[in-house]
Design a protein around this ligand. Structure first.
Ligand code: GGG
Length: 325
């Protein structure tokens, strides 16, 4: 069977980092690709940031490779994650030989709740000067995230989950999140260490090597993964997988980077590593590992894009990964 992959470059550098990632996937697997549009540009042209054709392609594909979107992110990636019931966003952050890192011992993964919290889309403008946001936390979403985290800990040989929360202030919502994750972990025989999310930012900046798996509410996971990117060499190195159910969406953690879009110098490695996660999701474990090894080789020997101190283009880095495969 040939798996079908929906491809959404999106906006800005999404159009530059997705093509090299497809060339890498082509070097190790035989997928069928369906490219569809989403984001700011298609909204400007048609009025709709998420055309039906795109929604259908993602819900019908075995997996989706997603680049980045800009101002329309809430209208695109959040409904798509819900559409495929991708209730967790897996965001690994690690250092690589040859890459300058603020914290060279970093090797952790953020498991971000992906369907609710303050990203549930319940915002209202009551008057010109007053807006509100409803933060949704459910026991069921927290439970399934916790089950996923326990499975993840078991398969990766980790004996403790760090549960990130702010239940001293958001007592009801984060109280429920923290309690639920801890209850599930206790039933599963996995230890937990609850840490307040503001303190977590400091602990990560100072001693990231002490942490393995962080289980986070949606916004905290989004913010702490950018912090983790800063520890390991930047957002150009952080892939992610929106998973949990039958279908997955794989995307770099970075956004559409309008400041460098069109220059051909965006780092494609976060998207290529997201491709490795896609391969593993579809059980192409050897191919996924081969891509990781090729990325590691390129990071060690070059070429590198300017964000990592080099002067190579996006395509040169992508081609260097393909050459190694
Ligand atoms: N590829 C990542 C991307 O497009 N980021 C834009 C963004 O802000 N996404 C919101 C989210 O990840 O929840």
């Amino acid at each position: 069977m040939t798996e079908q992959i929906a491809v959404i470059p999106g906006d800005g550098i999404g159009h530059e980092v997705v093509p090299p990632a497809i060339r890498v996937l082509d070097a190790v697997a035989d997928f069928e690709y369906v490219e569809v549009e989403a984001g700011d540009a298609v909204k400007a042209r048609t009025g709709d940031p998420l055309p039906d054709e795109t929604y259908d392609a993602v819900t019908e594909a075995d997996a989706t490779l997603f680049g980045a979107t800009g101002d329309t992110s809430a209208d695109v990636i959040i409904p798509l994650r819900r559409a495929v019931d991708a209730f967790v966003n897996v965001r690994p952050a690690r250092t690589y030989p040859g890459v300058d890192a603020v914290q060279p011992e970093t090797d952790l993964v953020i498991l971000r709740e992906n369907t609710e919290g303050v990203y549930a889309g319940m915002e209202n403008r009551l008057t010109d000067g007053v807006s509100t946001l409803t933060r949704l936390v459910t026991k069921s979403a927290s439970e399934r995230l916790a089950e996923f985290a326990c499975d993840y800990a078991e398969t990766s040989g980790v004996d403790e989950l760090t549960v990130v929360h702010k239940s001293n202030v958001m007592r009801v919502t984060d109280g429920l999140f923290k309690e639920t994750v801890q209850d599930v972990a206790e039933q599963r025989g996995v230890d937990t260490d609850p840490v307040l999310m503001d303190a977590m930012a400091m602990f990560l900046a100072m001693n990231p090597e002490e942490y393995d798996v962080l289980v986070c509410p949606n916004l905290a996971g989004d913010m702490l993964s950018d912090l983790a990117a800063g520890l390991v060499g930047g957002l150009g190195l952080l892939p992610s997988a929106n998973v949990g159910s039958e279908r997955g969406i794989f995307e770099p953690v970075h956004g559409c980077a309008p400041d460098i879009a069109g220059e051909g110098v965006a780092n494609p490695l976060a998207t290529i590593l997201s491709g490795a996660m896609l391969l593993e999701f579809l059980d192409y474990d050897d191919a996924g590992q081969a891509v990781r090894d090729a990325v590691e080789g390129v990071l060690s020997d070059g070429p590198r894009t300017p964000d990592l101190g080099g002067d190579a283009t996006t395509d040169e880095v992508g081609d260097a990964v393909v050459d190694r495969l």
